[in-house]
Design a binder for this molecule. Structure first.
Ligand SMILES: C[S@@+](CC[C@H](N)C(=O)[O-])C[C@H]1O[C@@H](n2cnc3c(N)ncnc32)[C@H](O)[C@@H]1O
Length: 285
């Protein structure tokens, strides 16, 4: 009998293996998938932070598993400008990036829909003594005034977990003031053609880059337990431009020789040959 848990080409997320019936690229109800995935993040916050908390730091701003730091990349602008700005992080998780910004004297506000992640952020606030104001919200519907933000960003939050990332870009464009900046990192679109494996076994394309079916784990009734959605590079460009934003740059961070860590499908072996992360910088003009 086919057991999805045995398929080596995909890394399973569900915390209820007994319920898992299918894991793979399949059509799903997007609305239910997005809600179930927020629930998954909420339930899995503690385990995720136990696995990756050391790499993320408590008050550190890394854009990606490659390790590119905002302190070196300045993708949000220089710190002197940021200290005069209203900055919002969406899909913030435990708000490590916003906590780093606040430690630099920047008025950063974090938003995150998963209650478990909001609670984890409060724990990191207490542990570090650096408090990040947090609103619990889906990035597609932010409880913030139009034109109230100078800079909005996310490091791997929100966009990959919704069927309608256009709605995230539109909502960010709404809360930005004219001239404001939106910067986001996502899994590099090319990676979707390859198995979720950081070793040489992950170097052979095994599916079409153009197949937009999400990766989803579903139960016996077809209900989604966890999902991630794929956008090609051209899709990302179309989504951003469609929201009235202008692309000002893209970064494909290279894997640095000194980074020996593995994070899911990211690691030094494959990172030496293929990009793992795409960062897009945009402005509302
Ligand atoms: C990979 S984490 C990114 C957060 C942090 N930078 C990190 O690396 O841990 C993904 C985050 O996106 C959030 N997320 C999922 N669906 C979302 C949505 N619809 N709107 C906003 N954030 C969402 C998850 O709850 C999770 O905290």
């Amino acid at each position: 009998m086919h057991d999805p848990a045995d398929d080596p080409t995909t890394r399973k997320h569900t915390d209820e293996p007994g319920r898992l019936a299918e894991a793979g690229y399949q059509h799903v109800d997007g609305g239910q998938a997005a809600a179930a995935t927020i629930d998954w993040w909420s339930r899995s916050a503690a385990e995720y932070l136990a696995d990756h908390g050391e790499q993320l730091g408590a008050a550190d701003f890394r854009w990606c598993p490659e390790g590119l730091r905002e302190a070196d990349a300045h993708l949000l602008g220089d710190l002197a400008q940021l200290r005069r700005a209203q900055v919002l992080e969406v899909g913030a998780g435990a708000a490590q990036c916003s906590r780093w910004l606040r430690a630099q004297g920047v008025a950063a506000l974090a938003s995150e829909p998963a209650a478990g992640m909001v609670a984890a952020a409060a724990q990191l606030d207490a542990a570090t003594g650096i408090e990040v104001p947090m609103v619990q919200a889906d990035a597609r519907s932010l409880p913030l005034a139009t034109g109230s933000m100078d800079v909005v960003f996310t490091a791997f939050g929100a966009l990959s977990f919704v069927p309608d990332p256009q709605q995230v870009h539109a909502e960010v464009a709404r809360v930005l003031r004219p001239g404001g900046r939106w910067v986001f990192s996502v899994t590099h679109p090319l990676r979707w053609a390859f198995p979720d494996d950081p070793t040489s076994a992950g170097l052979t394309a095994h599916r079409s880059y153009f197949d937009r079916r999400p990766y989803a784990e579903t139960d016996t009734e077809g209900r989604v337990l966890y999902a991630e959605f794929h956008r090609t590079l051209a899709d990302h460009v179309r989504d951003v431009v469609g929201a009235g934003l202008t692309i000002t740059g893209m970064v494909e961070p290279e894997w640095p020789a000194e980074n020996t860590t593995v994070w899911g499908g990211w690691g030094p072996e494959r990172g030496a040959l293929l990009p793992g992360t795409l960062i897009v910088t945009t402005e509302l003009r």
